[in-house]
Design a protein around this ligand. Structure first.
Ligand code: AHR
Length: 524
């Protein structure tokens, strides 16, 4: 017997002309649990991320420590459980000791990674304090460029040892009586890249990372370590870099890092939207490399992945070439993101979710002003870029178990990719309460009808369909028009005999939420 929704179902309305995609989800088939750290981010001492981003003493919204409350509120909306710090390329020339102790005694340094001046007004303690205000853990990166094991183990002692040793007592003297208890540490940054300060080859880095890991863990056996993988999948040394580094470090680390940024320099939207397929391949190759070394070493341990820099980055590349050198907090890497960037970010989030069994940490790079979801103006407002929304939705609703869904979608070929599905989707299930489907429609011209077979989810009803779309694929949010591209609520999809039908508008990011009957009122 059909319920009344069957008459409303798009299946039975005039939709013959629409393209269709089919999805089947079962609560018994899971990819893996989403580690909350999948929704991490990154703040580097770069451009206006720290100064005039999170920290602006004298701003009307600044708290007693100079941190902007308006920015804190926006970061909290994203619910970011872990934030990588202080770099990035910056860390490979950084002396962490410059950033602790009395502020007036801290040196102004030439910062060689980005050709600026670092004032050291903010350092380890202030950042750890700020991270607590936004309910985040710090993911600390150590300098394996100009420095090494000694500076790294001292920093672990300074941050994590309670008291009674030189560095822990110095932290207390600096006004921080409780240790910061930083759990996750990155062994350098992008050491495979020739642009890196004191770049190393894989053998050199592998040995250094191994010995540094050992002394850091002697200092605090409770920490987790991330070895630096390739800067991107196009590096000539990829994936041999990973194999060599793992040969040296396998038994001393928990994660291997991946970085990747995507561009649309050719203004080719279908190809740009397809780039998450490249991200998927990149992850698969690194998983295989980790498991190859595991096999080679006859190890029982599995090394997981930390995708600790990912985003779209290209809008600011040309303007940044004209920046004056040796200034403080310049407008650097300030990409203004449009709708299509948000769709690519959505596809990348879906791709990360599809690898939830192995990707345990991921950091959207970065968080404020520098290739970021949050922008500020000096002395002025703070606003959400387009990419803020897919990240916020995934972070809010994408916690639970990722389902191993089956999906068939019409597809297209682009300049670099073949058989690109128009519909990219993932489903996350919170046992006993909620099921969320995230989907991007890559089609430039048409809506696509998604038929989702949810018969395994008896008792669940759709409660919300959120869509991010715009007539202009290049539409952006700015300080003067901050709500130009925002998500809207669409008609709640109908379900007929366990099949949910929902129209996914052309070029859109979609969040379709279902709740257990009875829980709906509580959850919405
Ligand atoms: O996030 C910007 C830069 O990109 C980082 O400093 C570096 O690690 C990467 O190349």
């Amino acid at each position: 017997m059909w319920n009344s929704q069957c008459y409303n179902s798009l299946l039975y309305r005039e939709v013959e002309i629409m393209k269709k995609a089919k999805l089947t989800a079962s609560r018994d088939y899971l990819i893996g649990h989403v580690d909350p750290r999948m929704y991490g981010s990154f703040i580097e001492h770069l451009g206006r991320a720290v100064y005039f981003g999170i920290y602006e003493p004298g701003h009307p919204a600044a708290d007693g420590s100079g941190f902007r409350r308006d920015v804190i509120e926006l970061v909290k909306e994203l619910n970011v459980p872990i934030i990588r710090y202080p770099g990035g390329n910056f860390v490979s020339g950084y002396n962490w000791e410059d950033g602790v102790g009395p502020v007036e005694k801290r040196p102004r340094r030439s910062e060689l990674a980005w050709s600026t001046v670092e004032t050291n007004r903010i350092g380890t303690n202030e950042f750890a304090y700020w991270a607590r205000q936004v309910n985040s853990e710090v993911m600390m990166t150590v300098n394996l460029g100009t420095r090494g094991a000694d500076a790294a183990r001292n920093l672990v002692e300074y941050c994590n040892h309670p008291e009674g040793t030189y560095w822990s007592d110095l932290r207390k003297e600096h006004g921080y009586s409780d240790p910061h208890n930083i759990k996750v540490w990155c062994l350098g940054n992008e050491m495979d890249g020739p642009w890196q300060i004191c770049h190393k080859n894989a053998e050199e880095y592998g040995r250094l990372a191994c010995e540094t890991a050992k002394v850091m863990k002697l200092m605090d056996p409770g920490i987790e370590l991330v070895a630096a993988g390739s800067s991107n999948g196009r590096m000539p040394t990829f994936p041999q870099w990973e194999a060599t580094v793992l040969e040296h470090t396998y038994e001393h680390i928990e994660y291997l890092s991946l970085h990747s940024y995507y561009t649309d320099l050719d203004r080719d939207t279908p190809n740009f939207l397809a780039q998450s397929l490249g991200m998927d391949d990149f992850i698969k190759t690194i998983v295989s490399t980790c498991d190859f070394i595991k096999g080679k070493k006859h190890s029982k341990k599995t090394v997981n992945l930390s995708f600790d820099e990912w985003n779209v980055w290209y809008h600011s590349l040309e303007p940044d070439k004209k920046l004056e050198k040796w200034t403080t907090a310049p407008h650097q890497l300030e990409d203004v993101y449009d709708l299509q960037d948000a769709l690519v970010v959505g596809c990348m989030l879906i791709t990360l979710l599809k690898h939830a069994d192995r990707v345990k940490i991921a950091c959207l790079a970065q968080l404020v002003n520098v290739i970021a979801p949050i922008m500020t103006s000096n002395g002025g407002g703070a606003w959400r870029q387009t990419i803020f929304y897919p990240f916020m939705h995934a972070s809010k609703y994408g916690r639970g178990d990722v389902l191993n869904i089956q999906i068939s979608s019409p597809s297209y070929d682009s300049k670099e990719y073949t058989d690109v599905p128009y519909i990219e989707a993932a489903a996350v299930y919170k046992q006993g309460s909620e099921l969320t489907i995230f989907a991007v429609n890559r089609d430039m011209n048409e809506s696509i009808l998604l038929e989702a077979d949810l018969r395994s989810f008896e008792g669940y009803v759709p409660v919300e369909h959120i869509v991010l779309e715009n007539v202009d694929v290049y539409a952006v949010n700015t300080e003067s028009d901050p709500f130009h591209v925002i998500p809207v609520r669409k008609e709640i999809p109908a379900v007929c005999e366990g099949i949910m039908t929902v129209e996914l508008p052309k070029l859109s990011w979609n969040v379709i939420r279902l709740s257990v009957i009875g829980a709906a009122a509580v959850l919405s």
